[in-house]
Each structure stands twice: as C-alpha cells, then as structure tokens.
Write a protein that binds this ligand. Structure first.
Ligand code: GTP
Ligand code: MG
Length: 438
C-alpha cells in the first residue's frame, strides 16, 4: 500500500491508462493523447484499458466490476500507477485506489505534473504551483482519512511548498495546520503573480499600436520552431509535450516596411485543467491581445483533427474564439501520405502549407500575414503639397502607386492601400484623402 499517493509524480513508473466513455453506444475515446502525456511525464505505458460505460458510477466512476478487472491487470502488468483520462473526484480516487491497490491519478493531475517539471521561469513556476495547490487544496479534506492509512504519505501536491505537506504523518491537527499553510501560500503566490502581471501590463501598453500576432497550437506542433525560423529567437525546441511554458515575443518584418510583433506561447491540449488556464492567464494574455492568431498544426500527426478541435476549444474558453485566424499546415516535410494534407487543404482552403524546419512555405506565410496586416485593399486618391514628401514616400513604401499627377504645388496620387494602413497615412496629414473604390 505504500505506493498510494505519496506523490503525484509518475516518472519512470509503469502505468496503465484508462479511458471511460460514458453513454454506452458512443465511440471509445482512443488513448493517443493520454499516452503522449504519460510518456512526456516519464512513465512507461504497460497497458491501456478503454471502457464504454452506461453511466458514471459515482463511487468508482467505472463501476465495481470494471474496477476489479482493472485491479487484475494491475497485478498482471506489475503496474505502479493507474492514470485516468477522465477527471475523478477525491472520493472516486480513494475508492479506486483501495480496489486496485496502487496510486490512481486523473488527467488534470498528470498535466499539472508535467507542467511542474517543465516550468523554468519564475513566473511559470509560480503559476504551476498555484494551479497545483488550487487543484489539490479542495481535495485535502476528503483525501486525508485515506492518506492517514498510508505511512509517511507525502501529501497530495508534488511541489515542495510548505515543507512537504503531511510529512509528519497526518492527523486531524496536522491537516488543519497544512490547510492553513496551503491557504497562506496561495495568497502569497497570487500576490507575487500580480506583481509580475503589472510589469507585463506595462510591457503590453508600450507595444500598443503595433500589429500583434500570436502563434497558437497543440503542444509539439512546432510553434517555437516557427518563431525561431522567422526571427532567430533562439527558443528551446524539443520533441516533447509542453516544452514552452512562457511567452516569447519578437519583432518580425514579413515585408519591407512592415513590422509586427510575433509571440510563441504555451501549447494546448484537450481539457486543460481550469486551474491551469486560470493561473496561466497572464501568459495567455498575449493570445487575448493579438490582432491575428496563427494556428499551427502538425499535419503528420494521425490525431490532427482532434488536436485542432482541442485548440479551438481552449481558444473559446479564453475568449478568443472570434479572432481572425490563419491556419498553418506544418511539418509537410514529414508526411508519409499526401492524402492527409489534401484533406486538410480542402477543409481549410485559406491555410498555408509550411515546414518550420526546412523553411518551406515561409514566404507564402509572410505574404498572407502582410495581407491580413494591411486589411481589405482600397483604391485611394490622395493629394498633398509637394513640400510634404512624407505622404509620397509612405505610399511608395507601403502601397502600390497607380497614377501620379502634379498640379501647381500639389501632387495627386492614386494608390492601392490596405484599410488598416489608413490611420498611418492620415497621421502624415495629406491635404485630401478620398476612397475611390473599396
Ligand atoms: N519534421 C519536422 N519537424 C518539425 C517541424 N517543426 C517542428 N518540428 C519538430 O517538432 C518538435 C516540436 O517542436 P517545437 O517547436 O518545440 O513545438 P512547440 O509547438 O513549440 O511545442 P511545445 O512548446 O511543447 O508546446 C521538435 O522536435 C521539432 O524539431 C517541421 O516543420 N518538420
Ligand atoms: Mg514551444
């Protein structure tokens, strides 16, 4: 019994994955994503257990009979941990651990564990710690009687806060002390994060006026590789989930005379724990403030459609569902069969096929971005005094001059220009500005 919930870490442990799909008739959810998550956390997946269940049994989620079957598989595969794709209540975890005899984790706990090992910056570490405490704290009361039976239980949070919760062998009194410590630590973390947040708000305010692009996508899709390819940002790229937990913003010039800001941010998966989304609010702010989202997908992944859905769901959740989006079909260099790419190009007609690794398609990407940056093309007639050379040079650099006519001390120019560039032109005080054709 000593393996129960001493820690929520799963490194090098032998894991059995479980997906229970309520509704009986429904398709069992395949475990590809949970497998990738478990492996990213360092676990070795020894067995997968997918079950359609008619309804969620409150005590064990999957029902006593299935839980017994799971217990047998735990013995057969000598597993150390069972990981559920579903989110479980503390009571369900307790009941299941009693039946199967080993540690049981749910999906949110697994994701929080991965985030905890990946966090490198101060902000990311504080954000993860807060999310872990908030997920764990409400469970402490109910978990304690159960933890009580485990000698030297390390408490329910993997982070080394409050001197390792419950290391002394928890009794009622210890529980009360720990709860108070956890509460105090949460307040402290919120305060520290708010300070970092204020600095960030200042940064964001300073960037007002510049066109902002945020690269979003499923974890491991190639966001950081793309940012590096475009801007030499030198961001860590790794073939594992959640390599990036913070945001990098760089200047990028997709065409002569055009400068934008482009950010790389934390990757998304299906059902990110709410506590995590809430704690990472500041990191996700970059996405919320963007003028254009670039949604990068890994076309070589067999789960690409599900991954797109997951990203769309998180975007909705953080209130970015209606932002302009440019889809990028990445890793085309890695495709074994072209029909997948063709299918995606049919579904997303506006998407650009690229390889962030080889640089294929990045020119087309730059052109598309410039189009979005400029907005709908307009035909304008501008007159300016010949002494105001700025108007003319602006149109030469940023527009397409169709006709120029010199009248006395004035020049009248017909030019094509993007709608979003009008404010910049207006700032140069032309004598007249007229939209001839929209
Ligand atoms: N073959 C191929 N591999 C790529 C391409 N782009 C990225 N990769 C690889 O995909 C893996 C993940 O790339 P990252 O840029 O770290 O992905 P990310 O989206 O930033 O991932 P997280 O930060 O973990 O969410 C790395 O091993 C990259 O080398 C590509 O165009 N082709
Ligand atoms: Mg990254």
């Amino acid at each position: 019994m000593e393996k129960l919930r001493e820690t929520l870490r799963v490194r090098k442990e032998r894991a059995i994955l479980v997906a229970a799909v309520p509704g009986g008739a429904g398709q069992a959810d395949d475990l590809a994503e949970l497998t990738a998550l478990a492996q990213s956390a360092g676990a070795v997946v020894v067995d997968r257990f997918q079950q359609k269940i008619r309804s969620i049994r409150s005590a064990t989620y999957i029902g006593k009979g299935k839980a017994d079957q799971l217990g047998e598989r735990v013995k057969r595969f000598k597993a150390d941990v069972v990981i559920f794709d579903n989110d479980l209540s503390p009571a369900q975890i307790r009941e299941l651990e009693e039946i199967v005899g080993i540690k049981v984790l749910d999906r949110s706990e697994l994701i929080l564990d991965i985030f905890a090992t990946r966090a490198k910056t101060k902000q990311a570490m504080l954000q993860v710690e807060l999310a872990q405490l908030e997920y764990t704290y409400p469970r402490l009361t109910q978990m304690w009687p159960h933890l009580d039976t485990v000698t030297g239980a390390g408490g329910a949070t993997g982070v080394g806060v409050v001197g390792g919760i419950g290391t002394k062998g928890p009794g009622e009194q210890q529980l009360e002390i720990d709860r108070r410590l956890v509460k105090r630590r949460i307040v402290e973390l919120r305060r520290e994060l708010a300070n970092i947040d204020r600095r960030r708000v200042r940064e964001i305010t300073a960037r007002r006026g510049l066109f902002k692009i945020c690269i979003v996508g499923y974890t491991n899709a190639g966001k950081s590789t793309l940012l590096n390819a475009l801007t030499n940002a030198g961001v860590l790229v790794e073939d594992r989930l959640f390599a990036t937990l913070d945001t990098r913003t760089r200047r990028w010039s997709p065409a002569r005379g055009v400068e934008v800001l482009i950010s790389d941010t934390v990757g998304f998966v299906k059902n990110l724990p709410h506590q995590l989304v809430a704690s990472f609010k500041a990191t996700l702010e970059e996405t919320v403030n963007a003028d254009l989202l670039v949604h990068i997908i890994d076309v070589s992944s067999p789960d690409v459609l599900k991954q797109i859905e997951s990203v769309d769901a998180v975007l909705d959740e953080i209130g970015c569902g209606d932002k302009p989006i440019l889809m990028l079909l990445n890793k085309v260099d890695n495709l074994k069969n072209l029909s997948q790419l063709e299918m995606l190009q049919t579904v997303f007609a506006d998407a650009v096929a690229i390889s962030a690794k080889t640089g294929f398609g990045l020119n087309t990407l730059a052109e598309k971005v410039v189009e979005k940056y400029k907005g709908t093309e307009l035909l304008v007639r501008v007159s300016a005094s010949q002494s105001n050379g700025k108007v003319q040079s602006f149109l030469r650099a940023h527009g397409q001059i169709i006709n120029e006519q010199y009248l006395d001390s004035f020049v009248v120019i017909d030019a094509r220009l993007g709608q979003n560039q009008l404010p910049d032109l207006q700032r140069l005080h032309p004598d007249q500005l007229e939209i001839i054709e929209a």
